[in-house]
Design a protein around this ligand. Structure first.
Ligand code: UDX
Length: 441
């Protein structure tokens, strides 16, 4: 099938590359010239495991190319997938500026075409957006009728950053929300050789499935985080509790890792948007509200634990090391990373911060700036003479920091393990004053 992908962020480019790897002819559209040139050279403009390899293979074979010209791409394609960003506006609602712009361009191209084409929205949006915003824009700009002259649908993505290619090619499920049978049938064609259950629904239900899946996962993490705060006090270990719970298939052990909270480009904005919508339609969700509030507090658990561990209970002038800045390992993404509130809180209390991350330091500079904040590449060097250390992001590379390094380089070897990454027994055996989230003393 001939496919146009509008927007080459991690969702758009992964979608394009994966469909091209399945034999389809893909044209990716972006407004940034540099991105387009890079893609056409076979280089991924973003880091995503396996993506570079796919581009290197598929661009020379002419299965995938990029262009600045949306109209040409739409004219040449049967399926047009819109994957532009919908960042959050005022913390609670999606900003549809890019989505509206992209939709208008697609509509204008449809006007010029005599062929039946199907427009698919992949950008995350509030339930109802495809029918109430996208459909009218397409009909107005094209002068055509949806269902009659062109098809329309919503096909959510469930891609985790860092493993997006793997997630795309092996999805737990494929959800197709189409306005009619014909649209659904066309969208289904591109998923023919996927070995996953396919659910056919209307666009609003598909949008709801996407946003509620992310909200549920965020709520699941916040639940285990709150239980971790209890286990710390009553002297049991959250890891064993989560393991015992997760063995029940109805619960499952996925997304049950307690820590300092969830961040990233999806969970925070999706759950806030759903909560906002619940209020708008007159049924405010208490669970969503509490989950958002719990996650706001959770990063500061690390600060509370550290305060109680310091002899004078003061952060003033203390050298505190932050291990990990990105919102999760294997990405340089700093959006809603929990490192930000932790570092800002400690800086407010006059601590001196030495922060390290394998790849997110450059991005972090756009979010954090203070004369008492130092970014250090080498974690072992950061630990020298430190008063305390907080592990915020569980990068595998930090496993090179042995208990001996903490015990011998730090002034006082206080370690707050915000992700239960290190082995408490080994740390304590070496004299490290170890505190783990959800671990009673
Ligand atoms: C998420 C969804 O998983 C994906 O399906 C969706 O389409 C996009 O949003 P992503 O944001 O890449 O993916 O990250 P994910 O791996 O889901 O982690 C989200 C956050 O939850 C991270 O901050 C992570 O550290 C945290 N997390 C995850 C936990 O604290 N505990 C867990 O058990 C799992």
């Amino acid at each position: 099938m001939k496919i146009a992908i509008i927007g080459t962020g991690y969702v758009g480019l992964v979608t394009g590359a994966c469909f091209a790897s399945k034999g389809h002819d893909v044209i990716c559209v972006d407004v940034i010239e540099e991105k387009v040139s890079k893609i056409n050279e076979g280089i991924a403009p973003i880091y995503e495991e396996g993506l570079d390899e796919l581009l290197k293979e598929l661009v020379p074979k002419k299965k995938l190319k990029a262009t600045l010209n949306a109209k040409d791409a739409v004219m040449l394609s049967e399926l047009i997938i819109i994957c532009v960003g919908t960042p959050s506006k005022d913390e609670a609602i999606f900003d549809y500026t890019y989505l509206e712009e992209a939709t208008k361009n697609v509509g204008l191209a449809l006007k010029e075409s005599d062929d039946y084409k199907v427009v698919v929205i992949k950008s995350t949006c509030s339930p109802g957006t495809t029918l109430n915003l996208i459909k009218p824009i397409l009909e107005e700009t094209s002068g055509k009728e949806s269902g009659e002259d062109f098809g329309l649908g919503f096909n959510p993505e469930f891609l985790r950053e860092g493993v997006a290619v793997e997630d795309f090619l092996n999805p737990d499920r494929i959800v197709i929300g189409g306005i009619d049978e014909r649209s659904i049938k066309s969208i289904r064609t591109v998923f023919e050789d996927f070995d996953s259950p396919i659910l056919e629904v209307d666009p609003t239900t598909a949008e709801m499935i996407k946003i509620t899946s992310n909200s549920f996962l965020a709520m699941k993490i916040s639940f285990i985080n709150e239980i971790a705060n209890i286990t710390e006090k009553i002297g049991s270990d959250i890891q064993d509790v989560a393991k015992g719970m997760g063995l029940d298939h109805r619960i499952s052990d996925k997304f049950l890792r307690a820590g300092l909270g969830w961040g990233g480009s999806c969970f925070p904005k999706d759950i806030s948007a759903l909560y906002h919508q619940s209020k708008e339609v007159g049924v405010p969700s208490k669970l969503l509200e509490s989950t958002i509030a719990a996650n706001k507090k959770q990063p500061l658990r690390a600060v509370e634990i550290l305060k109680s561990a310091l002899e004078d209970r003061s952060f003033e002038g203390k050298k505190i090391v932050i291990l990990g800045l990105a919102f999760k390992p294997d990405t340089d993404d700093m959006r809603d990373a929990v490192s930000i509130p932790i570092i800002n809180h400690l800086l407010d209390k006059d601590a001196i911060i030495y922060a390290t991350d394998p790849i997110a330091i450059e991005n972090a500079k756009g979010y954090l700036d203070h004369s008492n904040l130092h970014f250090v590449k080498d974690p072992a060097e950061a630990l020298e003479d430190a008063d305390a250390c907080i592990l915020v992001t569980e990068w595998k590379k930090f496993a090179l920091l042995t208990p001996k390094i903490f015990a011998e380089s730090m002034k006082t070897p206080i370690l707050i393990d915000g992700r239960r990454f290190f082995d408490p027994a080994k740390m304590r055996a070496e004299g490290v004053i170890y505190y783990g989230i959800g671990l009673g003393k």
